[in-house]
Write a protein that binds this ligand. Sequence first.
Ligand SMILES: [Zn+2]
Length: 199
Amino acid sequence: MEPYPKPVLRLIDLFSKLPGVGRKSATRMAFHVLNASNAYAEALAEAIRAVKNDLRLCARCFNLADAELCAICRDPKRDPRVICVVEDTKDLIAIEQTGAFRGLYHVLQGHIDPLKGMGPEKLRIDELITRLQKEPVREIILATNSDTNGTATALYLVKRFQPFGLKVTRLAQGIPVGGDIEYVDTQTLGASLKQRTEF
Ligand SMILES: [Zn+2]
């Protein structure tokens, strides 16, 4: 039998469901909350509630948003002529953190995966096509994952983009910055040779 009172046990159970959190860490977290101020515990509970209640998907790009449009779509300094297509919001955040992209995004909300019954109709692809009809887009950057499903999704999109005569680019694949050539796997090294750039 667990030695903890029920409310503590419930918190431990819930924390231990978080990714990467084992029973031991969950117990530490629960006791941290237990010993924290009421204000902190309330703020934590409220933050969790707000993530579920106050967030929605951006009506234009399907990024997470706290209003009809997300902060990126609302920013007048972003370049609407370039759209970077990603599979999910985590990918968008990773690209945003580089600070190297000033265009807009389109979040597909997944990738094509025939084995899991994920056809293109389940992704936000029609919405992207509608954007191409309405917005001044010149270039699409395909930033789907470089695995089989991500590549299949990119190939499907290229076909759908054909009528628009856009410049379509894909993220380069190659040697990591600071990487050592002898340790790079053969496929990646091959890709980096094909996608070499002028010095
Ligand atoms: Zn948006």
